[in-house]
Design a binder for this molecule. Structure first.
Ligand code: CA
Length: 259
């Protein structure tokens, strides 16, 4: 089985700037989606800092013989530590950039990042950028948003349907660059050969329902076509925010063209 992937980011139908950033590094098995906050062009700076810093740290830690820059979390495996530290370093990098450029004071970013070695996936996120696993039977969201509405759903105060349309649905409880303590969520799991892993910003998950995402992503053989159609659907449904989607899967052929 060979890892295949496709990703796109789109400004949407309403915003002037695209504050989302996306990086795919199939050689490293690394995929990152960051959604910048702050407006006035600062959000795009923040999300770019995040994807650059994450890729840089993962590149620097391909070999295990490096001095670890921050505390090593013994509850996580090596890749879990790589992603957790990569996110903490990108948080510090945004804070540092704000110190030099105070006009960007309000900037921050959410992120979802995945590192895949063979069929083993390690995933880390902060904020409401999401990951889903899709298979022939259905779709399931595997990240829990760091958001006010997600907390209400966890406590049984709101239903998922109420959360989806709640006026506070965009209020996140943590983001990179905000200067506070961060609680990075990290998880590990195995991917099956028919699985597709979706990473996305809330401009997709907020505009397209899970069942629409599932039927579009699973009905196309080509991941490129699936991703294009997901973006088109988010635009068709209003495109109120920037839209980013990355799909990752496995191809049965060993020698086919790399996507
Ligand atoms: Ca967004």
């Amino acid at each position: 089985m060979r890892l295949v992937s496709a990703g796109l980011t789109d400004v949407g139908c309403v915003r002037k700037h695209n504050e989302d950033s996306l990086r795919m590094e199939p050689e490293l098995g690394l995929f990152v989606v960051a959604d910048g906050l702050g407006g006035h062009a600062a959000g795009e700076v923040a999300s770019q800092i995040v994807v650059d810093r994450v890729v840089q740290f993962v590149q620097q830690t391909v070999e295990k013989d490096r001095t670890w820059p921050l505390e090593y979390d013994v509850t996580l495996n090596y890749d879990g530590n790589r992603l957790k530290v990569a996110l903490l370093l990108s948080d510090q990098a945004i804070v540092e950039d704000i110190r030099k450029n105070p006009e960007r004071e309000t900037m921050g970013s959410t992120v979802v990042a995945c590192l895949i070695q063979g069929t083993r996936a390690t995933l880390a996120h902060v904020g409401d950028s999401r990951a889903y696993i899709l298979d022939p039977k259905g779709i399931r969201q595997i990240t829990r948003d760091h958001s006010w509405v997600a907390e209400q759903v966890t406590h049984g105060i709101l239903t998922p349907a109420e959360a989806r349309v709640h006026p506070f649905r965009n209020v996140i409880t943590q983001a990179l660059g905000n200067g506070g303590e961060l609680d990075v969520s990290v998880q590990e799991f195995d991917l099956e050969k028919m699985d597709r892993l979706l990473l996305c910003s809330d401009g997709l998950s907020g505009m397209v329902t899970d069942s629409e995402i599932w039927s579009i992503a699973m009905s196309e053989k080509s991941l490129e076509n699936s991703v294009s159609r997901l973006i088109a659907k988010a635009r068709e449904n209003g495109g109120e925010d920037n839209i980013t989607a990355v799909l990752i899967g496995f191809s049965a052929d060993e020698d086919g063209p790399s996507t």
